[in-house]
Design a protein around this ligand. Structure first.
Ligand code: SF4
Length: 312
């Protein structure tokens, strides 16, 4: 959206600003995407030249790439020039956010939806996609999938359609094994759940989320325990360390899953991972820690054969 339709974001932000009486907006972008920052700055300059933003100013701020800065209060801290760590809540950003002022934080996809809803009407928007979660969703295809691209689909699209119809299926005629939806902390879904629609409620019903819309496909040859061991290592690294359940929990899970992956684990390690994961989901301060165990936990529950193979 930022690369190909940046003006839809600016327009959505300007409409939001008009609604809440704001004069200043920020687009927070990971520092690894300088090209996107360039495109956004150019679009802002074009919009200013045309006078369509009136007295609303938009600024692009680059982060240093910390995963936790996707959490709204860590993002706010980062924009304020501080270390990107989540704040204790409440107060929530709409009451006390950036520079201590009431703040709305949305992702670019949400803002990009606003102009078309105003133009075509809320009834039109409510009539497309899944009834419980109308509209569209953008997905990015990665992993063992033929079409490594991004696509916008109606929310009544099934996961199977994502993988086979839009993603073009698995390369080399191999069989499907699993798909992780929603980004690195998303749930892994097996073959039996492929006919689930990608609507928010329907995904929640199978323990999954839409998250960033990343669709990471694994074919039959992939070692799923090895994959989640790498993911666990990622979260150990990305935990900001502010709260103990995440700081300790991500490290312990990474340690235990590595032990299992190396063939040194036992069934009691699985029980311990499940226990630590449960504690983290209840007690971590922010979404990073709460969701970090999801890839490991969802594969333990659905891919027992792969785990058992590590114990032989
Ligand atoms: S859950 Fe993890 S990332 Fe979030 S505040 Fe706690 S330590 Fe930091």
């Amino acid at each position: 959206i930022m690369e190909n339709d940046p003006h839809s974001i600016l327009e959505g932000m300007a409409i939001c600003a008009h609604a809440i009486g704001s004069k200043k907006g920020y687009i927070y972008c990971r520092g690894e995407y300088p090209q996107v920052v360039k495109i956004l700055k150019q679009a802002i300059s074009q919009a200013k030249d045309k006078g369509v933003l009136a007295d609303f100013d938009i600024e692009v701020r680059s982060g240093a790439g910390a995963y936790v800065c996707g959490e709204e209060t860590a993002l706010i801290e980062s924009i304020e020039g501080k270390r990107g760590e989540p704040r204790f809540k409440p107060p929530y950003p709409p009451a006390q956010g950036l520079w201590g002022k009431p703040t709305i934080v949305n992702n670019v996809e949400t803002f990009a939806n606003i102009p078309v809803i105003l133009e075509k009407g809320s009834e039109w928007f409510a009539s497309i996609g899944h009834p419980s979660y109308p509209g569209t969703k953008v997905f990015t295809f990665t992993g063992d999938i033929n079409n490594k691209t991004f696509i916008e689909v109606l929310t009544n699209t099934t996961v199977r359609e994502l993988v086979y119809k839009f993603g073009g299926g698995i390369p080399g005629g191999k069989k499907f094994k699993a798909v992780q939806i929603g980004g690195t902390s998303g749930a892994f879904i097996g073959e039996d759940k492929l006919d689930n629609p990608v609507a928010f409620d329907a995904m929640a019903a199978i323990g999954a989320t839409l998250g960033s819309g990343a669709v990471f496909v694994l074919d039959e040859t992939r070692d799923i325990v090895d994959v989640v061991a790498r993911i666990a290592g990622f979260f150990e690294h990305e935990s900001c360390g502010k709260c103990a359940p995440c700081r300790e929990g991500t490290a312990r899970i990474a340690q235990l899953i590595k032990k299992i992956n190396d063939g040194r684990g036992s069934h009691s390690d699985i029980s311990l991972i499940e226990k630590v994961g449960r504690v983290m989901s209840y007690s971590c301060l922010c979404g990073l820690g709460q969701a970090a165990p999801t890839p490991v936990l969802t594969t333990i529950s659905q891919f027992k054969t792969d785990y058992n193979a590590k114990f032989i």
